[in-house]
Design a binder for this molecule. Sequence first.
Ligand SMILES: [Zn+2]
Length: 471
Amino acid sequence: MRTVRPALLATALLMIVAATPVPAQEPDWTAASRETLAHLQAMIRLNTVNPPGNELTVARHLEAALKQAGIETHLFEPTPGRGALVARLKGNGSKQPVLLMGHMDVVGVERDKWSVDPFAAEIKDGYLYGRGAIDDKGMLAANLETMLLLKRHVIDNGGTLSRDVIFVANSDEEQSGEWGMGWLIKNHPDLIRAEFALNEGGRTRIVGGRRLYVAVQNTEKVPHTVTVTARGPGGHASIPLEGNAILRLGRALARIGEHREPVQVNPTTRVFFTELGRVWPVAPERTAMADVASLDTRRIQRGARVLARTPVFDAVLRNGISATIVQGGIRGNVIPSDATARLNVRTLPGQSIDSVVRRLTRAVNDSLVQIAVTDRGADAPASDFRSPMFTAIRESAQALDATLAVVPYLSTGATDSARLRTWGMQAFGLLPFPMNQDDEDRMHGNDERVPLSSLEFGTRMIYGAVLRVAR
Ligand SMILES: [Zn+2]
């Protein structure tokens, strides 16, 4: 081997470096993860249990971080103590904006059931514990980091975005939403108008110890309240009466409990089960998923029977009816003349609640039992799972883990996204942090936590999706 003089070697190396085109600068993910974690810890330590919320404290924290990076911000106080923060990275305007949103409020805690202080943001065995870690401060931290990285690695690097990227942190999601997204749409629509929105509401699931799928919520069930009222003769309890309203209600509820709404497979559910069936580890369920996704009525029914054993699968295949409150009677020795039960009914998108009530009335078959809609939910159009935003999410997730299935998902829970979809935006729900069922069940529960590795994974997934849709 020939010897080379050190100076010559250095010059040669310099020439090679100079001749290499500047690559798209990949963030230093070790540093970025550390930064995301620090922001998430700081936000968990600011107690925003709603009510009362006090989200303004978190809004100020986020505003300071964004401002420091030179990002335009708008901070509002919809009502004392509540905050609404909007920030924007400017693109070249060739495409419509994309919106990243998250809520700053959290639900309350049963302190004595936690093994750690829910507001200390403690790290233990590879997890960050704290109220809001996965709902929804984790996503806020990932969204914030995405903004900071886009600014540093794209814009400050001489790059351009094809769309504005808007960041929204809102209040009051866990209660009425009056001071949250509803307030922003009403008061500052021009600041937040976008083609696509990324919100909470999806799942990234670990099954059997491995990352299996990303469920991207593109539509949701519509919640309604239905009241069942049974009437009968009132009187003194010492003389039992035929047609006692409470017993009548009991019979009606037993029939409602036996009633099953018909199976309906909509375009989202069909693709959901087709794609999920390809990676699902349990063979009989895999077959059932393929059956449900087929166009053959008999196969659909057969598959639905198998999947019905898993309540969440059953819930996406038909309108759901849950009895939630019973009321009747005033005194232990008085037969009341009426008794009521409240049903929480969730219809599949496009299904009529009035038809559900007609079917229930037929099933109960009692002229002294009245079934009526007392609070009617509004249907919102589904977001398109063939849109560039969905594709960007899929590509970003699969760049991190090629084995992941990325599926559109009809959620049984209601989110702010319905509001956005009605307004004309294509909103998609994520929970970008890979988690098993146990971790996921801690949402709104005790010892809420996020695996640190999942926090990084989720941040990279959001950053990658936004970079792809805005390039
Ligand atoms: Zn939430």
